[in-house]
Design a binder for this molecule. Sequence first.
Ligand code: SF4
Length: 455
Amino acid sequence: MKVDIDRIRKYNVSGPRYTSYPTAVQFREQFSSTSLENYLLSRNEKARDISLYFHIPFCFSLCWYCGCTKIITRDQDRADVYLDYLKSNMDQLLPILNNASEVTQIHFGGGTPTFLDPGQIHDLGESIKSRFKIGAGSENSIEIDPRRLTRDHVRALRQAGFNRASIGVQDTNKTVQEAVHRIQPQKTNRKVTGWLREEGFSSINIDLIYGLPRQTPELFEKTLEDVLELDPDRIATYSYAHVPWIKPSQKLIREQELPSTDDKLRMMKMAVERLIDEGYRYIGMDHFAKEDDELSKAYEEDTLQRNFQGYSTRARTDLYAFGMSGISQVGSLYFQNYKDLPRYYGELDKSHWPVQKTRWLSGDDRIRREIIMQIMCKNFVSYDSFEERWEVSFHSYFKDEMEQLRRFAEDGLLAWYDNGFELTDEGRFFVRNIAMVFDRYLSQAKREKTFSKTV
Ligand code: SF4
């Protein structure tokens, strides 16, 4: 597989990552607990598969590139208080949830979920198990920061039911690590992946970032070597977006040390070509997985889904999020918890939903969400299926969009069929650009300010 740098340059504009549609920028500070409860009750008249997300915001130290919602602290006791509030947050939902609904997926994100010590992990794990019906094959994943992880953490995670781990590595070169304030020797990565395998984790993902300060294509090649040595089941290679006006901690990064756009594109090209050569399948956006990994199988079996955690293997589940800033996705509703801790705690103290923002989807939003998610996850859109489901002609509903798709077809990124269109192998690298055609909220100016580059 060869990647054409000129083509990447041409399509390298700012755009959403479509972990939701409409994107979180469209959420509004409008909230009625009655409407929320009525909707959730109607949604729970029948049992459904559900996913649970827990946001653990604490981190021991600040990585300067970070754009996550986090709180830097070394006070472990803060996590005890937070866990109590997570339990109240779960208890709010229980009377509404259908008793027969099964949890098929749990994810701990952050911040740093492994900020929790082994006892706190055990406590949270038990409080989830005692409240929800966890399905036998549930995929339970956690984001891991190896720098302070102990073997006891890994054992506690397994006992709590975790079977998948995602390790933040970013870059293995010391000079780059110094430039972003995150020192993490390769021997630590080696030790932690070893523990995870020995304790029975069935899938290990490694996150990398290209475009960090002091990175060069040569240094990034060394990072790829180091990561391949760890033999992960999945690898995600994210492009660093330097947007200090949105992510203030990035102001600490020396802009003059950032690589040129050309070097950044070379790193991206190198990563794609090398990982595919090494037998990883390109899943979409920045994600690669081994052929026998669940993510690859989900891609094959058309059950791949995109949600706030990125690509996910379980399609059509309702997602309930707990913790500050967590976003739930239930049917035609998105709702997001307060992003600041005092307000999140304050609402729970008053027995209120700690919800700050909501987004109810219109009919048009639902139609466009379905098309955008099909492009992102299946790379294929069928007019017949669309027309059968929505009882409207695809060509008349998306007349302007069809016109805009022409340039992608002319560049060989998209192929037309009588019954639909499909992204070509090369087109799959530009999946965001093609999805953006169907996004009715995008305007050039807003896009430049709000979103990262598409490639
Ligand atoms: S990158 Fe991860 S560990 Fe570093 S500050 Fe952000 S959330 Fe915390």
